[in-house]
Design a protein around this ligand. Structure first.
Ligand code: GLP
Length: 248
């Protein structure tokens, strides 16, 4: 596991975007796994800028998104469909047929997830997966206790996650109780992974995930077993791992 400590959020975002650009330059038809949340917003801005300047083209690139809320249509402003469209896809030259986001409004959610797994396999797997981390150490929507063998599936969201994500909704009751997410095994099959974290509120969970015991109650700890993970942190998120004696 390679850990890069960036001086601030902007620098973290630039470094992450540069790694994606390098990946696409190396392999034009790269298959990316993309994440939502506040953390990757700066990275997406850098990608949009680079694409507009002609430094990178996504024409042959495929994108699979990590997760989506169940019950939200793709036009709902809180859906990850909407987030991806507004923050990345509508500004770059990616071909729509190469965008795969779980449909949270599908009638049969289980089937939707099985089909998503099938599509990833058809594209020969994910070359580079971007991850953020939730305040309870979740990746995607794999909440604490998720099986390390889990595949893409419908899940129940914990109260902690619903509370953390309440800020995007008009109230806690509006936050869906269910979501669809790539599983931990799905994520681990990606050839390369980049984990991003920013801000001091992430310092403790980052220390637990990267230096603590590998166990399902800390879903992100599974990343310690992956052969090619780059973690990019800003100084605040790196705060505790810089003090190794404090890490249990
Ligand atoms: C959500 C998403 C995760 C994301 C996490 C952290 O729960 N499902 O994929 O990593 O939020 O979000 P943020 O980057 O806003 O802290």
């Amino acid at each position: 596991m390679k850990i890069i400590i960036a001086k601030n959020y902007q620098s973290m975002s630039r470094k992450a975007a540069d790694l994606i650009i390098r990946q696409i330059q190396m392999k034009k038809n790269s298959v990316l796994g993309l994440a939502t949340g506040n953390t990757p917003l700066g990275m997406y801005k850098n990608l949009v800028r680079a694409c507009k300047k002609g430094e990178v083209s996504f024409k042959k690139t495929t994108a699979f998104n990590l997760d989506e809320y169940a019950g939200l249509s793709e036009n709902s402003k809180n859906s990850y469909h909407y987030y991806m469209r507004e923050n990345l896809f509508k500004h770059i030259d990616i071909d729509k047929k190469n965008i795969f986001i779980l449909n949270g409004a599908a009638k049969n959610l289980k089937k939707e997830c099985e089909n998503f797994e099938k599509m990833i396999k058809e594209r020969k797997g994910i070359d580079l997966q971007i991850l953020g981390i939730g305040l309870n150490d979740h990746i995607g929507f794999n909440e604490p206790g998720s099986s390390f063998k889990s595949k893409t599936r419908p899940v129940n969201l914990t109260t902690a996650t619903r509370k953390a994500n309440r800020k995007y909704f008009s109230g806690i009751n509006e936050v869906p109780k269910k979501a669809l997410t790539m599983g931990l095994a799905t994520i681990m099959r990606a050839k390369k992974i980049i984990l991003l974290a920013s801000g001091k509120e992430k310092a403790e969970i980052i220390a637990k995930a990267l230096k603590g015991k590998i166990k399902p109650t800390v879903p992100a700890s599974i990343l310690q077993k992956h052969p090619d993970v780059t973690v990019i942190l800003d100084k605040e998120a790196a705060g505790i791992i810089l003090l190794p004696k404090l890490v249990k």
